[in-house]
Every structure is written in C-alpha cells, then in structure tokens.
Write a protein that binds this ligand. Structure first.
Ligand code: HEM
Length: 126
C-alpha cells in the first residue's frame, strides 16, 4: 500500500488539533502576537492553521477546499513579521510541540519545518 503519511504517523487530526490549540493558548497571552490578530476571537485563525498543517503533512485537503492555494507569504504581507515576531511565534509553537511528547525523530522533523517556515514568513528585518 501507500507509505504512511507523517500526518498518520504522529496520530492524525487529534495530534494537530492539540498542538494548534496549545499554540493559540500561548498566543492569547503573548504581548507581541496577540495584538497582531485582526479578529477579536482567535478561533477562526486557530482553525485555519490547524487545517493548513493537517494538509501540509498529508492529511485531508480541507484547508485548500476552503481557502484555495495557501500562498502563505502573501497572506502574511499585511503583518510586519521581523525577528521579534518570528521569535514570539516560535516560542509559542515550541511549547505546543514539546508538550506533545512525540518520538524524537518526528519532533525534530516537525520542528525543523516550523523553524524554516517561520523564517520564510519574515518580511521585515527590524
Ligand atoms: C495567518 C501571524 C508564521 C500559517 C496569520 C495571521 C497572523 C499570523 C496575524 C492572521 C490570522 C488569521 O488567520 O486571521 C504570524 C506570525 C508568524 C507566522 C507573526 C511568525 C513567523 C506562520 C507560519 C505558518 C503560518 C510559520 C505555517 C507553518 C498561517 C496560516 C494562516 C495564518 C495557515 C491563515 C491563512 C489564511 O488562510 O488566511 N498568521 N504567522 N503562519 N498563518 Fe501565520
């Protein structure tokens, strides 16, 4: 059969749901990130990131069914993302990923992607 996706290997939807929920619990009380979010509630943003990561790692394509091509750099253009914002984002995500207690190889694979993606989202160097 087809090789198991990373999505399946780490536990599927439940794993990504927990990581993204933990991430947004941290964003909620982060003084750099919280003011950047245009909507008063974080629930919709949480759902978009959750569906994006599920799709990226080989799960259902619900993200693109709802939002089209990710074009993540373009979608982040309205927000100034410099080193401070990038570091704040990675700080929140690090907590979320570490709490998941994935096997080391999976944790490293996920983390390397997230670090690379956060760096690639930068559009300011101050
Ligand atoms: C959307 C901030 C990195 C994935 C957003 C939004 C903000 C934001 C303020 C708008 C919230 C909303 O959806 O209404 C940041 C900051 C980052 C960062 C400060 C620091 C580097 C990333 C990374 C990823 C990501 C690394 C993916 C791995 C997304 C997705 C959306 C989003 C999927 C929703 C896009 C859409 O469908 O409209 N981000 N982000 N972000 N971000 Fe980020």
């Amino acid at each position: 059969g087809t090789p198991e996706s990373f999505y399946d290997a780490v536990g599927g939807e439940a794993t990504f749901t927990r990581i993204v929920a933990r991430f947004y619990a941290e964003v909620e009380r982060d003084e750099v990130l919280r003011p950047m979010y245009p909507e008063p509630e974080l629930a919709a943003a949480e759902e978009r990131l959750r569906l994006f990561l599920i799709q990226y790692w080989g799960g259902p394509h619900t993200y693109s069914d709802q939002r089209g091509h990710p074009r993540l750099r373009m979608r982040h253009n309205p927000f100034t993302i410099g080193p401070i914002e990038r570091d704040a984002w990675l700080r929140c995500m690090r907590i979320a990923v570490d709490e998941e207690r994935l096997p080391e190889q999976q944790r490293t694979q996920l983390w390397q992607y997230l670090e690379m993606a956060a760096n690639s989202m930068m559009n300011s160097w101050v």
